[in-house]
Ligand binder design. Sequence first.
Ligand code: MN
Length: 221
Amino acid sequence: MTDYVFPPSDPASLPVIGTQARFPVRRIYCVGRNYADHVREMGGDPKRCEPIIFTKAAEALVESGCEIRYPPNTSDMHYEVELVVAIGPAGINGGIFGYGVGIDLTRRDLQATAKSKGAPWSRAKDFAAAAPCSDITPADQVDLSGAHIVLRQNGEIVQHGRLSDMIWSVEDIIAQIGGDMDLGPGDLIYTGTPDGVGPTVAGDELEGGIEGLAPIRVRIV
Ligand code: MN
């Protein structure tokens, strides 16, 4: 047994549909600019815009059903609903353990400042509770071909797209991150958001859904 100077935290983890065992989370990767209509709404050119990779700490995860305290130092937090890929051991289902629905919460005002200065996005993307994610559905229990992705804010649909509209497919993203960084069992990949992103405020109920997957439901307080 390793002796620590204080007790380390338990690893971040998510429930898995159909089992009591949980999915232990290692790293959280996120893909930006992966739906053409969202690239356009952010003022970019989809033809000249490569998807970009950034990360969030595993400790930023929030399970479905939880309340999220509105973060400090922003007056423009945005929702971004995304397909989340849960990476498992190599060789099983192409390394994909399963899928979830996530919300890439973003302090948009801090992101705009960072972009204008060419500074990192960390403060905009990686704050407490910035990574809500649903329970994980094992990959062999769902067929996502043709699936739609939706975000409801207080019951009203505010984002809607098709997974097939992704510029980079799940396989493309896994190959890209796996060949470039450090992709392994326990990693989550938020695969980018369709258009319709917008602000969320205290009191909002957010529900993200993808056909065949458990929804993510959180309340901003
Ligand atoms: Mn995003």
